[in-house]
Ligand binder design. Structure first.
Ligand SMILES: Cc1cc2nc3c(=O)[nH]c(=O)nc-3n(C[C@H](O)[C@H](O)[C@H](O)COP(=O)(O)OP(=O)(O)OC[C@H]3O[C@@H](n4cnc5c(N)ncnc54)[C@H](O)[C@@H]3O)c2cc1C
Length: 306
């Protein structure tokens, strides 16, 4: 219920104005977002890499409505990739891209062209790209763009969401050799017709999908903060004899940072998803919807006199 309300608010420009102008919002944002600028993104990447973590950088922004915005997003990715390469951070840093930020909502070909330019820049910088997955109305289009990109850039990563009923079948499709697949639970409000609604059902689906990916030939990227899913991932890694070069864990910036360094210390590859930029509202609201404790933290920061 609370999750639905927050996810509905994530689409409301009135609530956005209210949240953006609240006195201590910035303090909360800073916990989950590396900063507004490309330099902030680089600084956070350097710090994480120095702590033994890999990184995927996400320039915040989604639901782009004009070609100019889409091109500006593309250009920011070209810039950050060049800087990452110049700073010797590729690998271990890659980028995550939302096709909706590249024009998918009004011109799929434009989104593909922009994503292709980003893949070309990533390739030149010695790294790769993962296409984030958004709400279910975009899944087919995103997987179609992914398969076109993979013809020239086979390491382009996909994201599959365990809450969708279709995902087990998508995991089978995408578990072939060289296929990088991030498995997450899913962060959007979805109808029962397409998505499991209870946490228990989503968790069970996550484990079924994890089993398919870990027993397949691809490169699974287990994106979760859930201790039970992480333990199952560790168990399957032992069972299927997958070393740190054959799968990875992923977590979000600011969430369970000690667990991230603990896993990396155990020898696992752990990648932190690092968002940066000004358009943090939708991202922040999805994080709040996931965890009431984040909401308490947020509420406290909003009313706090410091
Ligand atoms: C790297 C990465 C990339 C992602 N990319 C996408 C994407 O492209 N598309 C998409 O729809 N979603 C994406 N997500 C979000 C994802 O779908 C989930 O909404 C989000 O990760 C929450 O699910 P969870 O598996 O972490 O566990 P949840 O089910 O939210 O929580 C399960 C348990 O994990 C622990 N936990 C969770 N959060 C915290 C916390 N803040 N502090 C301490 N313990 C905590 C608690 O024990 C909790 O009970 C991504 C997530 C990650 C980590």
């Amino acid at each position: 219920m609370l999750r639905s309300v927050i996810l509905a608010a994530s689409r409301s420009s009135q609530v956005e104005r209210l949240v953006a102008t609240a006195p201590y919002t910035r303090d909360v944002v800073r916990r989950f977002v590396a900063g507004a600028t490309t330099d902030d993104a680089l600084r956070a990447t350097r710090e994480l890499v120095d702590n033994g973590l890999a990184v995927t950088l996400d320039h915040l922004g989604e639901d782009t409505v004009t070609p100019e915005q889409a091109i500006a997003t593309r250009d920011e990715y070209l810039k950050v990739l060049k800087m990452l390469g110049g700073a010797g951070l590729t690998p271990p840093a890659e980028v995550s891209v939302k096709l909706s930020a590249l024009g998918q909502m009004f011109d799929e070909q434009l989104a593909y062209d922009n994503a292709r330019a980003i893949c070309t820049a990533a390739d030149a910088a010695g790294t790769t790209v993962t296409l984030d997955m958004e709400d279910h109305t975009t899944t087919d289009s995103t997987l179609e763009v992914l398969s076109r990109l993979r013809k020239d850039f086979p390491s382009t990563g996909a994201v599959l969401q365990a809450y969708l009923r279709r995902t087990e079948s998508d995991c089978r499709e995408l578990s072939s050799a060289g296929s990088r697949v991030r498995l997450c639970k899913g962060a959007y409000k979805e109808p029962e017709s397409v998505a499991y609604q209870s946490a228990r059902e989503v968790d069970k689906s996550y484990v079924r999908c994890l089993n398919i990916l870990m027993s397949g030939d691809g490169y699974p990227m287990l994106a979760t903060h859930d201790p039970r899913m992480i333990a199952i991932g560790e168990d399957r890694a032992r069972w299927f004899d997958r070393g740190p070069e054959r799968f990875e864990f992923q977590m979000l910036y600011g969430i369970r940072p000690e667990e991230q360094t603990r896993l990396a210390g155990e020898g696992y590859t752990v990648r932190t998803y690092v968002p940066y930029g000004d358009e943090w509202y939708g991202y922040l609201m999805r994080r709040l919807a996931e965890r009431p404790a984040n909401l308490v933290f947020f509420g406290r920061a909003l009313i706090s006199k410091k």
